[in-house]
Write a new protein. Structure first.
Length: 279
């Protein structure tokens, strides 16, 4: 496996950061992650646009312009030659002189094997729990996942799949996923505030608008308990139906037809992205 670091592609075992990097000293930096299939990066322009936005929010400058970054990504994909995988782009706070203020950022690109949710998970749906918390600077995809990682023990103890953040009864997002409900009138809704604008979230809103009412809005915990369906979305999970929250079943406790229909639509959209980029 190869990694891009310090302006070159090197064997992964030789890719190192100095301990002065602000990602190590203070957990400061941003990243993004997207899927690769047969050498094709899905929705690459969308992911890079979000990556540059995250950097701007965090007052970091990406050392490469988008076209040059695309070229590096393509070189790395070709060199690693993995049929199905994920690419992670990381921009750190750099080698800070005082261990606090950012310096020239370090750009790192790694490639990883990819595991998608099993058919059993999708067909059965999952249980989630909730936590009173809002991520710092939620519109940026930062490397700070302290709360999500800290809650991993609780998630396991509760036999849950993930934890949904909320504050003052208003829900926002999961540590690594966006959240949707389907109301009784088939309106598909995702939280509007204090969330990362996920690329899968964006695609689901677009797909849902073709068949149903779709909107960004306020979702309360009570709304979830009275929802027709609920599901989470992310790059690696696509759509996973949620059938239980805090030991209470949602509707009949089974994945709903709208969630599964949108999942099929998302898979088709991925194939369309492949075809468009081959033309």
């Amino acid at each position: 496996m190869y990694t891009y670091i310090h302006n070159e592609i090197v064997p992964a075992e030789k890719a190192f950061l100095h301990v002065r990097d602000l990602s190590i000293q203070r957990g400061y930096g941003v990243f993004d992650f997207f899927k690769i299939k047969d050498g094709h990066p899905y929705f690459l322009n969308d992911y890079l646009e979000r990556f540059y936005h995250s950097a701007k929010v965090m007052h970091l400058s990406v050392p490469q312009p988008p076209d040059a970054l695309k070229s590096i990504i393509c070189q790395l994909i070709e060199k690693n030659n993995i049929a199905e995988s994920g690419i992670k782009i990381i921009l750190t706070g750099g080698y800070s002189e005082d261990g606090y203020l950012p310096s020239d950022p370090n750009l790192i690109i790694t490639q990883h094997s990819l595991i998608l949710p099993s058919e059993e998970v999708v067909n059965k749906g999952v249980k989630i729990i909730t936590q009173d918390y809002v991520r710092d600077l939620p519109t940026a995809k930062t490397i700070n996942y302290s709360m999500g990682i800290w809650l991993a023990k609780k998630i396991k103890e509760e036999l849950a799949y993930d934890v949904l953040y909320h504050q003052n009864n208003v829900v926002s997002e999961f540590p690594r996923c966006n959240f949707f409900i389907v109301r009784k009138d088939d309106t598909v809704v995702t939280p509007i505030d204090r969330v990362l604008n996920g690329i899968t979230r964006k695609n689901i809103l677009k797909l849902a608008a073709n068949k149903y009412n779709a909107e960004e809005g306020i979702i309360t915990l009570d709304d979830i308990y009275h929802a027709k369906e609920a599901f989470l979305t992310s790059t690696t999970k696509r759509i996973v139906p949620i059938v239980e929250i805090n030991d209470t079943f949602i509707n009949n406790g089974k994945p709903g037809p709208i969630s599964l229909s949108l999942l099929a639509g998302l898979k088709a959209l991925e194939q369309q992205d492949v075809r468009l980029n081959k033309q």
